[in-house]
Structure formats: structure tokens, C-alpha cells
Design a protein. Structure first.
Lengths: 410, 78
């Protein structure tokens, strides 16, 4: 009875998973669900039926769903589960058989205000997945939101090798060390922010960890040293992945290498921007391609023909602990609030989450500023996911503009 | 200085719907006892930086209220 998923006090085996798939009568067209096991079960059931589904963050507010142009009544729509699965082999056979019609839609923060819709098929989602004997005894700590791209990458890597996944993403931090030890976790992939959150609670070394991967945020050398203290047997890696293109590069330290397999699909623009060929991307109507190349917005420095380092970001997107936030989306919500005349949302850097959002707000005369700050925060809590809410508000007489009339965000 | 630190901690706690502290207990853990999550800690470090021009997480991760006070005192700031 091999373990599939550990969540809260539940240990769900691969056999339990198959029973639960067989009990599932309907598959939601939109997976809008809190329970991570339920999300993965629905996802797998949709693949064996070759359905087209959409994955949503469970904490999206009504406003956020409206911005994604999702009609509330659509959320109720379902497909029928027409497949019964006999055993694990049969499950993978059915996946193989129906994978071509299966499609998964994800949303990623767009650069121009509205979130982008990205459609993936199984091939683009599992491009980075490696399956072999070598991986069959891996035990994964699941430390990402399962509705996000990085979480899906961990899921497919573990699932395809029939590995157990131990869900520690929103676990009480004090329990993480025990759980890593109890399940002999060998692999962890998480954002630097997540590692910084759990590190103070890991009192003794966890020798079972063989590989710790960091991704989604800026490389942090100090963190590597701290991780090695608690995971002395771990090989540390950094990955570069995006919702648009999936997992593409990995690095030891901060030097990323381009594998020969994709060498002709990666280019560098004159200003150093990393370009990725469209054949490596998921599908979207909103991608802006430059001929056949996707502009990542990441400025890199070439070391030699097949190695590079990340230098900076070209876009206005702000990375908060691995979540990318579009400041325009936040500004739009704040501007809807009574008494607000204008606002600019900026990043403030820190060593915990990389950045937090801060806002400069211009309000009508005669309004109490402390009260207004509390009121704005209360309203935003209902409308935006928590990391999109500015943590510090300052009230200004004027928002500084550049000569072309653009707001000065730095 | 300790009063100012208490005030900053309470701003962060109150704004994020967490219980304010009455006394500044140096042994208290920011995460366990005060219930701060990573966004709260990030906000706290930025607010302290604005007040004292010092990055409390500069040399690694700290967790006790006393460690913040120590960091600021070392710089001779009051």
C-alpha cells in the first residue's frame, strides 16, 4: 500500500486514490477547491477522461473572478466521469490514452493589468518530469500551492514516479520538522520565502533530505548556507520556471545552464532579455510574441554560450515571496474606494519575502488618514488575495509622474 | 526605544487582525507567541528600517523580540 498523499492527519494511499476516483461521478469544469487532495484527485480524474478544465486559487474573491472574466454560473458546470480504474497500471494507461484531448487552463498575473490565461496540455506540463528507477524511492515534501505552476510540477514529478507527497504548504510550521522526519522526506522544492519560514523551527538536522530545490524568487546565497546546516546531505538546486513556459533551467548556485535539448529555443535580446521560443510555451491568446519568441521580461548576463545569470526584471511585476503581483491590479481596486483620488503601488525590498507592497495614496481633503488606512485594508481583504494587499500606506499630496505622464514606481 | 518597538509591533499586529501586546517580553517569539506570518515579519522589518535605518534580518533569521532590541542597541540607537 504505497502512500500517495499526506494531508493534515490523513494518509491516502495510491489504492485509496483509485477508489476515490472510481467514486467520483462528476468532475468540475473549474477546480475551485481548498482541499489539496481533492484538487489532485479532480485533476487526475479529468486527465483520464480527457476533459478541458481550469484551475483556480481557492482564495480568489468575487472581484478577482470577475476580473478573470469567469461567470459565476460556469463554476457549477461539471463533466461526467466515464472511466473506472482497475489499478495503478490501468490509471497510467488511461492517462496515456486520453491525454491528447486533456487541457488545463491556468491564470497568471498579466503585465498589462488583466491576468493572462494560459492553456497547457500534458506534454507542456510534464516536459521537465523525469521518470526512472532512480526516482522510484523519492519522497516529496509538497511545499507549493497546488493550483500554481510550481505545485503542478512537483505533483507530476512525484505522481509519475508513484512517489508519496507530504503536504507541508500550509502546515503549522512547528510540525514541519517532525513530519519531514516521520516520512523520511528525500526531496523538497519550495520558494526561498517558504524555507525562511520553516528554518527557525528545524532544531536538528534532517539527514533524509537528498535534494532541496529553490525557485520562484531571487537567488539567496545566505539561505543556501542555512539550508545545508539542517539538510547536510542535500544537493541544493535553483530552478527557473514560469506559468507560461514551465520549468526550463536549473542551476547550482546562481549560474543557470541551458541544456543542449533546448539550446536553439532560447535566445538573448540585445538588452540582455531572455527570449523563449513559442514551441516551449503553453497556449494563450494573450501572449505577445515577437515573431516566434516570447519576451520573459528577465534580463540576464551571459557567462558563456550555455550559461547565464539573472540580473533584473524588465517588467513592473512585483515578486512577493514567489507570488507575482501586478501593481496595476492593486491600484485599480484601491481607486474604486470612496475618497481615494489617486494611488501608486510600489515594491519595498526586505529579507523575508523579497518584497512587500507599499502604496502612496492621495485622498480627498479632510479625511482622517489613520482611519482611511484601516478602511482601505479592510476593503481590500475582501477583494484581493492577501499577498496583493499593500502593507504600508503613506498619504501624499501628489503622485509623482514622469515626463511622459507615467507614474514613477521607483 | 523599547516603547517605539512595542508601538511598531502593535501597528503590525492590529492591522493584520492579531492580538496586540501589553508588555514587551524579550523572550517572546515573533512567530509563535505573537503569531506573525512571513508577510507580517516583512512588514515589521520595513517599518523598523524606516524608523532606525537598520535591517534586523541582515545577518540571518531572528525570532525573539529581544533580538530586535539587541540589534538596534548595538548600533547605539535609542
Amino acid at each position: 500500500m504505497k502512500l500517495f498523499f499526506h494531508y493534515k492527519d490523513r494518509d491516502i494511499t495510491y489504492e485509496n486514490l483509485i477508489e476515490d476516483i472510481n467514486k467520483t461521478e462528476e468532475i468540475n469544469k473549474y477546480i475551485f477547491e481548498k482541499d489539496p487532495y481533492e484538487i489532485l484527485k479532480q485533476l487526475i480524474t479529468s486527465i483520464i477522461n480527457g476533459n478541458k478544465i481550469t484551475l483556480l486559487d481557492s482564495d480568489f474573491s468575487k472581484e478577482e473572478l470577475k476580473n478573470l472574466e469567469i461567470i459565476e454560473s460556469e463554476l457549477e458546470k461539471t463533466y461526467k466521469n466515464n472511466n473506472k480504474v482497475e489499478n495503478i497500471e490501468d490509471l497510467f494507461n488511461k492517462i496515456e490514452k486520453n491525454k491528447d484531448t486533456w487541457e488545463l487552463t491556468l491564470y497568471t498575473s498579466g503585465t498589462t493589468g488583466r491576468p493572462k490565461k494560459v492553456r497547457h496540455n500534458l506534454e507542456s506540463l510534464t516536459r521537465g518530469v523525469k521518470v526512472s528507477e532512480k526516482y522510484k524511492n523519492n519522497i516529496w515534501a509538497f511545499a507549493y500551492n497546488p493550483t500554481h505552476f510550481a505545485g503542478l510540477q512537483v505533483f507530476f514529478q512525484a505522481f509519475y514516479n508513484q512517489n508519496p507527497m507530504i503536504y507541508i504548504f500550509d502546515m503549522n510550521r512547528k510540525e514541519v520538522e517532525n513530519v519531514l522526519r516521520r516520512y523520511n522526506v528525500t526531496h523538497i522544492s519550495a520558494t526561498p520565502t517558504f524555507y525562511r519560514t520553516i528554518l527557525p523551527y528545524i532544531r536538528e538536522v534532517v539527514p533524509s533530505v537528498e535534494r532541496a530545490t529553490m525557485g520562484g524568487e531571487k537567488y539567496d546565497k545566505n539561505l543556501e548556507a542555512q539550508l545545508l546546516k539542517v539538510f547536510p546531505n542535500a544537493d541544493l538546486r535553483n530552478v527557473y520556471a514560469s506559468t507560461e513556459a514551465g520549468s526550463i533551467f536549473s542551476a547550482k548556485g546562481d549560474v543557470f545552464s541551458i541544456s543542449p535539448r533546448i539550446a536553439d529555443k532560447v535566445r538573448f535580446a540585445e538588452d540582455g532579455e531572455l527570449l523563449i521560443h513559442k514551441s516551449l510555451l503553453g497556449e494563450s491568446d494573450t501572449f505577445q510574441l515577437d515573431e516566434d519568441w516570447y519576451r520573459t521580461g528577465d534580463i540576464v548576463e551571459m557567462i558563456d554560450e550555455s550559461h547565464f545569470k539573472f540580473v533584473s526584471r524588465k517588467t513592473e511585476m512585483i515578486n512577493i515571496g514567489g507570488y507575482k503581483v501586478n501593481p496595476h491590479e492593486v491600484e485599480d481596486e484601491i481607486k474604486k474606494i470612496d475618497g481615494v483620488v489617486d494611488v501608486i503601488v510600489k515594491a519595498r525590498s526586505n529579507r523575508i519575502t523579497g518584497n512587500i507592497l507599499v502604496a502612496e495614496v492621495k485622498i480627498n481633503d479632510g479625511i482622517d488618514k489613520r482611519e482611511k488606512e484601516k478602511e482601505i485594508t479592510k476593503i481590500l481583504e475582501k477583494r484581493l488575495q492577501s499577498w496583493k494587499i499593500p502593507r504600508i500606506f503613506t498619504f501624499v499630496d501628489n503622485i509623482e509622474l514622469t515626463r511622459t505622464g507615467k507614474k514613477v514606481r521607483k | 526605544m523599547e516603547n517605539k518597538i512595542k508601538e511598531i509591533i502593535n501597528i503590525v499586529l492590529e492591522k493584520n487582525n492579531k492580538e496586540k501586546i501589553e508588555e514587551l517580553n524579550k523572550e517572546a517569539s515573533l512567530r509563535d507567541d505573537l503569531g506573525m506570518d512571513s508577510l507580517d515579519l516583512a512588514e515589521l522589518t520595513v517599518r523598523i528600517e524606516d524608523e532606525y535605518d537598520i535591517d534586523i534580518f541582515e545577518d540571518g533569521i531572528i525570532d525573539k523580540v529581544g533580538e530586535i532590541i539587541e540589534k538596534i542597541s548595538k548600533r547605539g540607537l535609542k
